[in-house]
Ligand binder design. Structure first.
Ligand code: BTN
Length: 315
């Protein structure tokens, strides 16, 4: 891997460079240079070669390769360790299996998922072209405050989409919406001992360069549908990781600010909603979000209820 990255770095700084020069400079055989170039091409880098002149890097890969995502990333600990796979059943499974021993901030990315999971046991459509990843966090905070963490992650996605010029909103608890259509979702899972949480695995899915038909979900949208062109996924991934770190630090130090910001972006408030939780289903008015991120609703018999989980749809 090291030699591939050195070849890539060298190609990035040059117009055409010969295999011989590359092999001399990097102190490896011509065969090894050829192997590195073939691997880079397989990853989607466009590297034409000209007889007697050498190789040139014409286009970088648009896969979410660790060295591409890390390049120019402004974080202190989020994304310092990135595991990348072309295909996984779910990034959550791999992240959960390593969470206990992994460093805080480790990210697991897949280009495609065959069994992507959504909230409330739903399936999450994850074809190539999206951003599908899981993030391992190990906050040392009181357990009751944990419910604010997903809200802060939702805000980080909203912040990132705002940087691209989109006015995204949040549907409680953390569906990221554009014009009332879902563009991203967040799933939180824990690995725990009997009395304490070892790690939190946050799964984030963003519909990026995917055609609506390919996604196959009626009330969802994708960035490609919104912009009518493809979006640079590597650039967006970096923005998301940068914003996640900012919001995570805010969550650890000033969680009341998170709730304030969250409310200003939440489209569920002041709406008539249908709440579905376990076997129950009822209509209510969404009133407020409390200091722990729960949704407060008023039922038709004028009693208030605090919703901490479940599905809340706007009527
Ligand atoms: C939701 O229901 O809104 C949450 C969707 C979360 C999807 C992401 S994609 C990456 C990670 N791996 C999964 O299997 N699910 C999450």
């Amino acid at each position: 891997m090291k030699s591939i990255l050195r070849v890539l770095e060298r190609l990035s700084n040059e117009n055409y460079i010969s295999g011989e020069d590359l092999s001399k400079e990097l102190g490896v055989s011509r065969a090894s240079i050829w192997k590195s170039i073939s691997t880079l091409r397989r990853y989607g880098y466009v590297i034409p070669s000209r007889k007697g002149i050498g190789y040139k890097l014409e286009k970088r890969s648009n896969l979410l390769l660790p060295w591409e995502v890390k390049h120019g990333l402004n974080t202190k600990f989020i994304g310092k360790e990135i595991i990348h796979r072309l295909r996984l059943e779910s990034t959550q499974d791999l992240a959960m299996s390593i969470a206990k021993r992994a460093e805080e901030g480790t990210v697991v990315i897949a280009e495609e998922q065959s069994k992507g999971r959504g909230r409330i046991d739903r399936r999450w459509s994850s074809p190539a072209g999206g951003i599908w990843f899981s993030l391992i966090l190990k906050p040392k905070i009181e357990l009751e405050k944990i419910t604010i963490l997903p809200l802060s992650m939702g805000l980080a996605i909203v912040d990132s989409l705002a940087e691209l010029g989109l006015d995204a909103k949040l549907k409680w608890p953390n569906d990221v919406m554009i014009n009332e259509k879902k563009i991203a979702g967040i799933l939180i899972e824990f690995t725990s001992e009997i009395d304490s949480i070892d790690a939190i695995v946050i799964g984030i899915g963003i519909n990026v360069n995917i055609k609506k038909e390919e996604l196959g979900i009626e009330d969802a949208t994708t960035l490609m549908e919104e912009f009518k062109h493809e979006v640079d996924r590597v650039d967006l991934m970096k923005r998301v990781l940068n914003n996640i770190e900012k919001r995570y630090i805010q969550f650890l130090n000033k969680e009341e600010r998170i709730i304030e910001d969250y409310k200003s972006k939440c489209i569920t408030l002041k709406k008539r909603v249908i709440v579905r939780y376990m076997e129950e289903e009822f209509n209510a008015d969404a009133l407020d979000v409390d200091e722990n991120g729960a949704l407060l609703v008023m039922l038709d018999n004028n009693t208030t209820r605090r919703i901490i989980a479940g599905d809340v749809s706007i009527r």
